[in-house]
Design a protein around this ligand. Structure first.
Ligand SMILES: [Zn+2]
Length: 353
């Protein structure tokens, strides 16, 4: 049986850039984009042209990515004007990217309180904006903002919002857990229900980590039918972060329940570049890497103390869930000296092949 394709969408340069203390320069953006393209993610969301000078400049540059589709981000048209006359949409059209992602409201509470328009007007704004870009032959993604909260409050309306985009030809309907409060079992139930209305092959998941479940929620969405997964390098993102692609990518690739059913666009040799990619972002941000990140952290395969070390030396499988070299990481044996300070006494060389 052939495997189903999962699509990886990176939003480090857009949603990740919303993080407190993060201010990417144009050079930073270029470096990160080129690392993501080399890694082989399917989509790179480069930012919001027209929202700030750096993002506008980034989209004015020519990008010849080998593997990734450059995507620009914006929001659905405003009420009271046509899609053709919306300056926000024009900035996106002029950025000449193959893919365009627009965020729109799907929670009736937000339509009323944040936008102050009627539910009908919001549906029209979603449909007309979608039509505008589909007509221009763009691959169109609709980011359904607050979808899970909206679904819980008024499922009929939330579904009619995503139908408004899907019926006009949106390639992807991305279900966003914008406030990050949804739990994995809720994601499973809701994505299963939604896939009866919009096919799973057209559904994406965009999870925030406010309950520490962004990765788990993304996996739950895939198991319930979603086929595009959005996230950032190291889970960078405002508040508690976005889903961490440095955990999701190796999980899809190395864990049997996923790897036996699904394939991703990233080549097996490139999985070994994940650790390097993770460290590159820290270097650009001038941050000390989080040693305890799953898969790619410096301590992810460090073993301290007698029993563990002696078992690992016999066979690393005793205390390791994967082979560290598979993700470009290293195995460390740590001992404490007399002062109690920990020292790494052996470090496997980086896998080279
Ligand atoms: Zn987000």
């Amino acid at each position: 049986m052939s495997k189903e394709r999962l699509y990886i969408f990176d939003t480090t340069l857009r949603d990740g850039a919303q993080t407190q203390g993060v201010d990417f320069s144009i050079d930073d953006k270029e470096k990160i984009a080129s690392a993501l393209d080399n890694l082989g993610v399917d989509y790179i969301e480069g930012g919001w042209p027209g929202a700030n000078p750096t993002d506008t400049e980034f989209f004015q540059k020519k990008h010849n990515f080998k593997n990734s589709k450059l995507t620009c981000f914006g929001m659905t048209k405003r009420s009271g004007r046509s899609a053709e006359n919306d300056t926000g949409l024009s900035a996106l059209m002029n950025s000449n990217t193959p893919a365009v992602c627009l965020v729109g409201k799907t929670w009736d509470f937000h339509v009323d309180v944040a936008l102050g328009i009627t539910n009908e007007e919001n549906l029209e704004n979603i449909g007309e904006s979608t039509k505008h870009f589909v007509k221009a032959k763009k691959e169109f993604l609709f980011d359904a903002e607050h979808f899970f909260d909206g679904y819980k409050a008024n499922s009929k309306y939330a579904l009619s919002c995503i139908k408004a985009a899907y019926d006009q030809g949106a390639r992807w309907i991305v279900l966003c857990d914008t406030n990050g409060g949804t739990l994995p079992h809720e994601v499973s139930n809701i994505v299963s229900e939604v896939s009866k209305v919009v096919p799973g092959k057209n559904l994406g998941i965009h999870a925030h980590n406010d309950t520490g479940n962004a990765v788990a929620n993304s996996l739950a969405a895939v198991l319930s039918g979603a086929r595009q997964i959005q996230g950032t390098i190291n889970g960078l993102g405002e508040r508690c972060g976005n889903a961490n692609l440095m955990s999701l990518i190796p999980t899809f690739f190395l864990k049997k329940d996923f790897s036996s059913k699904f394939e991703i666009g990233i080549k097996s040799n490139n999985i070994k570049n994940l650790t390097e990619c993770s460290r590159l972002l820290d270097e650009i941000l001038n941050r000390k890497p989080n040693q305890h990140l799953p898969y790619v952290g410096a301590a992810a395969f460090s073993h301290k103390g007698g029993l563990h070390v002696s078992a690992v030396q016999k066979d690393p499988k005793t205390y390791e869930h994967i082979n560290p070299e598979d993700v470009g990481n290293t195995r460390n044996i740590v001992v404490s000296d007399q002062s109690g300070k920990s020292n790494i006494i052996s470090r496997l060389k980086k896998y080279s092949n």
